[in-house]
Design a protein around this ligand. Structure first.
Ligand SMILES: Nc1ncnc2c1ncn2[C@@H]1O[C@H](COP(=O)(O)OP(=O)(O)O)[C@@H](O)[C@H]1O
Ligand SMILES: [Mg+2]
Length: 238
């Protein structure tokens, strides 16, 4: 197992997920602060394993509301294992198969444009994390003032359409830093990838199932998700 994987995730539960039929043999492509990205089941998708459900949830909501400008989610496996057994705040491993995106740095022009957008929205070209309600409300008010570029437009529209719900219904941090913007290779557009942090919405029933089974990786789609989520791309095209 790659050393980077072990620095982020460790233990038997992670090993079981890593050696499950979906991830076994899949190369690690990248790692973040609390997630790993692996080769997907197709050349245009990746498996994303995280201890936070917020990014996957954001993509699911974008899909439900037909909002482009957000990383597409093809399969949402939800919480596949309990990572840390804490009676009050357990951590889970969340798995999803997402569209393969390219780093923002692969498009210097898009990089500059997003820096400009972030400078206008957050005061810093690197962007910011928003944790308090006051800060988040200020951000919401600023969203209409962001400069508009054809390449970045949809990602900012997605923020306008989706952030309000997170600010009013959750205590998620809003993570508007450069690293959460990526490039959709087939259009060159800037796409949001996980601009919210810290959501852990496991039902008691599902927790009990995970307690009983250890690891549960089902081709599971919650009834509230549209069947469209099951549609996979067959080629590199949007
Ligand atoms: N859909 C994707 N396609 C390709 N690479 C991705 C995708 N999602 C995340 N990555 C890569 O995986 C790494 C971790 O990303 P991310 O999940 O945003 O980390 P974090 O846990 O810090 O939020 C990053 O280097 C990012 O480039
Ligand atoms: Mg991220």
């Amino acid at each position: 197992m790659h050393i980077v994987e072990q620095q982020i995730f460790s233990g038997d539960v992670f090993k079981q997920v890593r050696t499950s039929s979906l991830l076994n043999g899949k190369a690690l492509l990248a790692s973040g602060g609390f997630s790993l990205t692996f080769e997907g089941s197709t050349p245009v998708s990746v498996y994303h394993l995280s201890i936070d459900n917020a990014g996957h949830d954001f993509s699911v909501k974008a899909k439900q509301h037909a909002i482009d400008g957000v990383a597409k989610i093809f399969r949402n496996y939800g919480a596949v294992a309990i990572y840390q057994h804490d009676p009050f705040y357990p951590d889970y491993l969340w798995l999803a198969e997402m569209e393969m995106l390219h780093p923002l740095s692969s498009s210097p022009a898009a990089y500059r444009e997003i820096q400009d957008v972030l400078r206008s929205l957050t005061g810093s070209p690197e962007g910011l994390i928003y944790s308090t309600l006051t800060e988040k409300c200020k951000l919401l008010a600023n969203l209409n003032r962001a400069p508009v570029y054809p390449r970045t437009m949809r990602s900012i529209q997605a923020l306008r359409k989706l952030l309000f719900k997170y600010v009013t219904n959750t205590s998620c941090d809003i993570d508007l830093r450069l690293k959460n913007f990526m490039i959709r290779p087939c259009t060159g557009e800037v796409i949001l990838n996980g601009p919210v942090n810290w959501l852990c919405d496991v039902t008691p029933d599902w927790h009990a199932s995970l307690m009983a089974s250890g690891v549960l990786i089902e081709d599971w789609v919650h009834p509230k998700f549209s069947a469209e989520i099951l549609q996979f791309p067959t080629e590199r095209c949007c």
